[in-house]
Design a protein around this ligand. Structure first.
Ligand code: GLC
Ligand code: MG
Length: 259
């Protein structure tokens, strides 16, 4: 059984027809029990669930939400509680108050809406900082120079979003937890993404798909090219489909859309 862990925004979404085509193919693979699909996203759970009907997102076997700080297993419901084992593990070494201190005095910083700020995730916007990249680098340096550098992880995405989460969290770590929890084969893991919060997935997977529209921080993976890394020439869902064909997970079809 293959395991596909894919990001949602700008990896699956962006081209409606391509997404519908891919979703149908993923559904078919799941029905044949050839695939275990994980959606790994920065979104909140209910924003994933509403996307099934609203955006044509494929229905997964597990959802990793809020940048790998929450994990959900079916049956999914909007108000359900995240997997307690994961949450409790992360809460042990994370203090929101301490995380906020790394952000003190950063010019132009804005808090993200409250719903994206949880006990396990401090999320801010930095695009209004005079130099967003430098501001993000400063937060990273502060964490690295502190005595808690092994407890806090800084995730920087799309020149705009900065998250501070537990070092043990993140999409990659959450995927590894799920592989063990569900006794899935780590050698059959494929990941797909477009931005900084997806990087940790590429660190734990033997195969990865970078969509053509990926952000610079993910394009940088080109410097460490290996045969398991596929840089799609197609964008979003079409790029994911291209990668899945490259790895032999989806069959080539005449209707395959490459652009
Ligand atoms: C999603 C989340 C946001 C986070 C961003 C990058 O957009 O909603 O809170 O900062 O992903 O990880
Ligand atoms: Mg994305």
């Amino acid at each position: 059984m293959w395991v596909l862990a894919t990001d949602i925004d700008n990896t699956l979404t962006g081209q409606e027809t391509a997404l519908r085509e891919l979703a149908a193919q993923l559904d078919a693979l799941q029905r044949q029990e050839l695939l275990f699909l994980i959606l790994a996203t920065g979104r909140r759970l209910e924003q994933v669930l509403s996307g099934f009907a609203g955006e044509g997102l494929p229905r997964p076997k597990a959802i990793i939400s809020q940048v790998g700080t929450e994990i959900y297993l079916p049956p999914f419901a909007p108000e359900m509680a995240p997997l307690a084992a994961w949450k409790e593990r992360l809460l042990r070494s994370f203090s929101r108050r301490r995380a906020l201190r790394f952000l003190e005095g950063i010019e132009g910083l804005e808090m993200q809406p409250e719903m994206y700020n949880t006990a396990l995730k401090v999320s801010v916007f930095l695009h209004r900082a005079p130099d967003p990249e430098a501001a993000a680098a400063l937060v990273r340096e502060r964490v690295a120079a502190s005595d808690a550098d092994d407890q806090y992880r800084v995730v920087w995405s799309s020149g705009k979003h900065l998250d501070i989460i537990p070092a043990q969290a993140g999409k990659g770590n959450a995927i590894q937890f799920l592989l063990e929890h569900k006794s899935l084969d780590a050698q059959r893991l494929v990941v797909a993404g477009d931005s900084g919060n997806d990087l940790s997935m590429f660190r734990v997977a033997p195969r990865g798909i970078v969509v053509a529209n990926a952000q610079p921080e993910l394009q940088r993976l080109r410097d460490e090219a290996h045969e398991g890394l596929f840089f799609a020439t197609a964008e979003c869902a079409a790029g994911v489909a291209q990668g899945l064909r490259h790895f032999g997970i989806l069959r080539e079809t005449s209707s395959a859309r490459e652009s």
